[in-house]
Design a binder for this molecule. Structure first.
Ligand SMILES: Cc1cc2nc3c(=O)[nH]c(=O)nc-3n(C[C@H](O)[C@H](O)[C@H](O)COP(=O)(O)O)c2cc1C
Length: 375
């Protein structure tokens, strides 16, 4: 299995509030990336956010050794030939430490960049885009005229480091998204719904992938917050502390942002809390140890596993039983919680890391102990 951390805002103890947010500066990212690498995570997700994720990722290559950068790209915002070139450059310079997260955002977001495509058009666009992108990365010379994309005699001067091509990951929960993922994608990601919901999605995407002979080529991942403490009581007390700092103004701000959004993934997340803050935070425990309260104050990933290390490990196992192989986790603040997760949970998971030499190794508890014993 793979466990990735998160290298994008929001960050801080209560990042939705001015008095709880922490600035994400370049030196902080260097520190965070080094920590994630050192702690034994597979790598981290660099989502679209305040910084450009490609510039951010490239700037962190020299600060890490094994760390895999999972970098988000919005298809309609970049020519496929330009993205292919960015991918090969990054892949060469990092010696194969790149995965690309293909994301479609939502109409409001991409309108800010001057792109005005409806929800399903965005996926029709992405289908054409990935056809061209993957052909370029395989080394083909491409002339393609679709409804949206028209490239002539496109080719890459340099191959990627990873063959046949660097892994393409993807998040999107609509029917149109599932079709595109089934056809082109290596790892399909979902925000942290319940294990049962995850299992249903996996079944649907796998069935669609079977139409392209790809049922066993696609694997699945999930993005979750984790609030883990030595005991269950302490973990829920930490969740309560976050909850107590969720003021009306912050909740209204976040819920305003997601109102009317055309992302099905976001609508599914919002349905886990309905934008309402109940008196008792446990009313938002939508499955054992899965808490949807974070969604009240942030869009996108809004659920957290809450519990003791044993409980968090049991819930991770539930997702693994449902077919999930990749976990993208985080906590607030990003740095301190990376250490906490790495100390309480990570050593008990058979995490796969890809070393610089391209050797895949499992970082197990035994290995960790042996290494520590060497001083
Ligand atoms: C794990 C994960 C990470 C995502 N990262 C981003 C991102 O960085 N930027 C973005 O605009 N959307 C991101 N998304 C949102 C989706 O890519 C997708 O655009 C959104 O869910 C709307 O698609 P849908 O209507 O098919 O669900 C992410 C989704 C998932 C599951």
């Amino acid at each position: 299995m793979e466990v990735l951390w998160y290298l994008t805002g929001p960050n801080g103890r209560y990042p939705w509030r001015a008095d709880g947010a922490r600035a994400l500066t370049y030196p902080y990212f260097q520190q965070l990336a080094r920590a994630v690498d050192h702690l034994g995570f597979t790598g981290a997700l660099l989502a679209t956010g305040a910084h450009d994720a490609w510039v951010q990722g490239a700037s962190l290559i020299p600060y890490t050794d094994d760390f895999q950068h999972l970098i988000a790209a919005h298809p309609p915002l970049l020519s496929p030939t330009l993205l292919a070139k960015m991918i090969t450059t990054f892949d060469q310079f990092s010696k194969g430490r790149l995965r690309v997260n293909i994301v479609n955002g939502d109409a409001k977001l991409i309108a800010q960049f001057g792109v005005h495509l409806s929800h399903d058009e965005r996926y029709a666009y992405t289908d054409e885009y990935l056809t061209v992108l993957t052909a370029l990365l395989r080394g083909e010379t491409v002339t393609f005229k679709g409804k949206y994309i028209h490239v002539v005699d496109a080719g890459l001067p340099l191959p990627p480091y990873q063959r046949p091509i660097p892994p393409l990951w993807f998040g999107g929960s609509s029917k149109a998204a599932h079709e595109v993922a089934a056809k082109h994608i290596d790892t399909y990601l979902s925000w942290g719904e319940t294990p049962q919901q995850a299992q249903e999605k996996i079944r649907e995407v796998r069935q669609l992938a079977a139409q392209y002979g790809r049922a066993d080529k696609i694997r699945f991942g999930i993005r979750l917050y984790v609030i883990v403490r030595d005991t269950e009581e302490a973990a829920w007390a930490a969740a309560q502390d976050l909850y107590d700092h969720m003021d009306e103004k912050s909740i209204a701000g976040a819920q305003n942002y997601v109102a009317g959004i055309d992302s099905i993934g976001q609508q599914r997340m919002s349905a886990l809390h309905h934008g309402q803050k109940p008196q008792d935070l446990r009313e938002l425990e939508i499955a054992p140890n899965l808490w949807s309260g974070i969604g009240l104050v942030r869009h996108g990933p809004g659920t957290a596993l809450v519990g003791s290390p044993r409980q968090v490990l049991a819930r991770i196992q539930d997702y693994r039983d449902a077919g999930i192989e990749v976990f993208i986790v985080s906590g607030m603040p990003l740095l301190e919680e990376a250490y906490r997760f790495a100390e309480l949970v990570l050593p008990h998971l058979p995490v796969t890391r890809k070393t610089e030499q391209g050797i895949t190794s499992a970082w197990t508890k035994e290995r960790d102990t042996a290494w520590k014993n060497q001083g």
